[in-house]
Design a protein around this ligand. Structure first.
Ligand SMILES: NC(=O)c1ccc[n+]([C@@H]2O[C@H](COP(=O)([O-])OP(=O)(O)OC[C@H]3O[C@@H](n4cnc5c(N)ncnc54)[C@H](O)[C@@H]3O)[C@@H](O)[C@H]2O)c1
Length: 340
């Protein structure tokens, strides 16, 4: 009955946009508006006030001000990495759901603390990862079993930025990591969805710098990883960079009975020997993926089972990345001790 259907539907959420005047905030604003009421925005940037006027919602310089003055159900958080934890902890302390940009957290300790705060508040913290809503990556996930036992993957993700990194991404204190954290988060999450493992993979890494200032700040411009998963014997390699000669994303998985080839616009299932068996193409636009991701998260804010699975997967991603950075740090300090 329509009456019953209406009764079970979540009312339109009231959303606060935190960091709305930045790149991702501006991209998400019109899309969030389609399925929620944007009741305010927080951003200290000089342009934020006129942007909020344009969009017709109240503007606040600080989150504390918004929490005092406006009622809302969920916040969409798109701020620099160093701001994620303090912003999210404050939102959860005030009982608000969160839909946030990656990374879920920077360290395993922060991730565990955030999960604890979310559980205590009985609220969701969802991380925006658009590949999980891209039909091509969905095809790869749905057809993974058809390649038998996966034994190797190779994943490349490169941008072709012709200039040095600027803004908060060039500040160690704000970025808290280089391309591994910024771009690699997406890839580690995709792999976590395809190959869920109880323990993080064993990883050996090479951190490479294009620009001297990034080397000085210990913010890698390129990272190459070799990963192995002891429980299944799966091995794979990833390469991620900002200053490649071309922009490219390509994942290849080899299995005992076939192979999967995935790029943002096309996924192909191959037999052993390379015969294409089935393909899925998708021409975008990217806003379609973002729209379904945001609508999906807004529709699952009160879904505790979904929330639990999402948090566990993000914890695994953060553990892997944090583990790689900690290994690097350990190696550096051992080297320094040896040289002293
Ligand atoms: N999913 C993707 O493909 C993708 C792409 C780009 C960025 N991101 C992520 O989005 C986040 C933001 O990146 P961006 O490129 O939009 O950065 P940005 O610098 O363009 O925007 C960040 C905004 O946050 C504001 N801000 C800073 N501190 C704040 C605070 N405490 N409260 C409220 N606002 C604050 C800044 O004034 C700025 O307007 C990062 O986590 C980044 O990793 C994701």
């Amino acid at each position: 009955m329509p009456g019953n259907r209406l009764k079970n539907m979540r009312p339109r959420s009231r959303v606060l946009m935190v960091g709305f005047a930045g790149h991702q905030g501006k991209e998400y604003l019109p899309i969030v508006r389609e399925s929620a009421d944007v009741v305010g925005g927080v951003d200290p940037a000089p342009a934020a006030s006129s942007l909020a006027d344009e969009w017709g919602f109240p503007h606040y310089d600080h989150l504390g001000e918004a929490l005092e003055r406006v009622d809302f159900d969920a916040a969409v958080v798109t701020v620099p990495h160093s701001e994620h934890f303090p912003v999210c902890a404050k939102l959860l302390a005030h009982g608000r759901h969160i839909i946030k940009e990656k990374p879920f957290a920077v360290t395993e300790q922060e991730a565990r603390q955030l999960i604890h705060l979310a559980q205590r508040a009985d609220r969701s913290v969802f991380t925006l990862l658009q590949r999980n809503f891209n039909p091509v990556f969905r095809f790869a996930q749905d057809n993974l079993a058809r390649i038998g036992e996966p034994y190797w993957f190779s994943y490349d993700y490169h941008l072709n930025l012709a200039h040095p990194t600027t803004g908060w991404r060039a500040s160690r204190a704000q970025a808290m990591g280089g391309v591994l954290l910024d771009m690699g988060y997406h890839l580690i999450d995709v792999l976590g969805g395809m190959f869920p493992e109880p323990e993080p993979p064993r990883v050996s890494s090479a951190f490479v710098h294009h620009y001297q200032e990034m080397r000085d700040r210990r913010l890698e411009d390129l990272v190459s990883l070799m990963c192995s998963y002891p429980s299944t014997g799966l091995v794979g390699s990833l390469r991620i960079s900002r200053h490649n000669y071309e922009k490219v994303e390509h994942l290849c998985v080899l299995g005992t009975e076939g192979a999967l080839n995935v790029a943002p616009g096309i996924a192909v299932l191959h037999s052993i020997g390379g015969l294409p068996l089935e393909r899925r193409t998708w021409a975008g636009p990217k806003t379609d993926t973002v729209r379904s991701m945001i609508a999906h998260y807004l529709g699952h804010l009160d879904d505790r089972d979904y929330r639990h699975d999402h948090l566990q997967r993000q914890l695994a991603v953060v553990r892997t990345i944090d583990g790689i950075y900690r290994d690097r740090l350990r190696a550096r300090s051992e080297l320094a001790d040896r040289c002293a």
